[in-house]
Design a binder for this molecule. Structure first.
Ligand SMILES: *Cc1c(COP(=O)(O)O)cnc(C)c1O
Length: 364
């Protein structure tokens, strides 16, 4: 069955036919064919994608990406710890929301939705407050598409010897990085973003000794990242509770396809080209980007909605959907925007066709 439209959204996103086909078989949660053959290979591959350094491990967790973020914060920050949250958009705010709900002692540094977190502010906070034990931030803030300075912040966090947690949900697998070089202790992403799998689970890649120190700390049973990891590690790939077998199988296929494409660098080059065609095309039609180039990621782009009394997002959305493209509403609080993602099984030709459709659907 062909899809009637491509998803230009930040997840779930368009997947290949072969990734979808990989789900057409049933697997047993307890069987070695599944655990050893698929889950353990995935866990190893994720670590390879994250770093060339030794001492790192990975754990998969049921649920959407937020579940893995919640599992990480709820397991990793001890009762006597204090978390510094850097927020500049909806996903940064969600980190703070999770901390509040779990009653984790935390502080929030907000830099505003159109400004990146400032490493100097982080340094001041860490210098002033030795109780801060952990720092968490978002890599690409999907609200705006802003690429946050994880390298500069990681540098500060490392110098002050605190634990660094990064929500790289919308970048992992789509942008080259080495988490050891970046000083990241825990990095979180999910199946249905740049690896181009289907939704159903998230994953955390971390320094093994950091996770080993977290036994008994979790504030939740099902979202206990340590227990989940220990079971997976000691029982050779077994999940604690029912695992999303079909989703996991699709993810294994998606990893093969990432390799066939040429790895993360090649995927990043495709996303960058998608993004370039998108931005040049939109600007050519008078539709302006929210962010300056220097702050913009190739992952997702926020555009100002056209300033015309005849324009409505709903009408624009409906017309584009009819011509085969699903775009995304805006999420910025005080600016009127819409968003277009460049990630997933989508290619430069899709973006050329999108621009043509935008030109033809301009009713304002
Ligand atoms: C997609 C995303 C998440 C997770 O969202 P879910 O809906 O729970 O999958 C978290 N952080 C960022 C930056 C994201 O882009």
């Amino acid at each position: 069955m062909e899809n009637p439209y491509v998803l230009l959204t930040p997840g779930p996103l368009s997947t290949s036919k072969t990734v979808k086909e990989a789900m057409m078989r049933d697997w047993c949660t307890w069987d070695d064919d599944y655990n050893v053959g698929i889950v353990q290979k995935i866990r190893r591959k994720l670590v390879e994608l994250a770093t060339t350094s030794a001492g790192y491990t990975s754990v998969l967790m049921q649920g959407s990406g937020t579940f893995s973020v919640e599992a990480t914060l709820g397991t990793v920050v001890p009762n006597d710890g204090r978390l510094l949250v850097l927020a500049n958009g909806a996903y940064g705010k969600r980190l703070a929301q999770i901390a509040a709900r779990l009653q984790i002692d935390h502080l929030v540094e907000e830099s505003g939705e159109t400004a990146p977190p400032d490493p100097a502010t982080v340094e001041m906070a860490l210098k002033k407050d030795p109780k801060i034990s952990h720092v968490v931030m978002v890599h690409c803030e999907t609200t705006t598409g802003m690429l946050n300075p994880i390298e500069a912040v990681g540098d500060v966090v490392k110098r002050y010897q605190r634990i660094f947690i990064v929500d790289a949900m919308s970048t992992f697998g789509g942008m080259p990085m080495d988490i050891a070089a970046l000083g990241i202790d825990f990095i979180i992403s999910s199946a249905n973003k740049c690896i181009q799998g289907v939704p159903g689970f998230g994953f955390v890649i971390c320094r093994r000794e950091r996770l080993e120190a977290c036994e008994g700390q979790a504030r939740s049973l099902s979202l206990d990242l340590f227990d989940q990891w220990r079971t997976m590690d000691q029982s050779r790939g077994k999940w604690r509770y029912t695992s999303p077998t079909h989703t996991v199988r699709a993810f294994a296929q998606a990893l093969v396809e990432l390799e066939e494409e040429g790895g993360v660098a090649a995927r990043n080059a495709r996303y960058c080209e998608n993004h370039r065609i998108l931005v040049e095309g939109m600007e050519g039609l008078g539709i302006r980007c929210l962010l300056p180039r220097a702050l913009q990621s190739p992952i997702i782009t926020a555009f100002y909605n056209p300033d015309s009394p005849d324009y409505t997002f709903k009408e624009f959305y409906t017309r584009l959907k009819k011509s085969g493209f699903v775009i995304y509403p805006g999420k910025v609080t005080d600016v009127d925007t819409f968003r277009v993602g460049s990630i997933g099984h989508v290619f430069p030709d899709d973006f050329r066709a999108l621009i043509k459709s935008v030109r033809e659907s301009m009713f304002w």
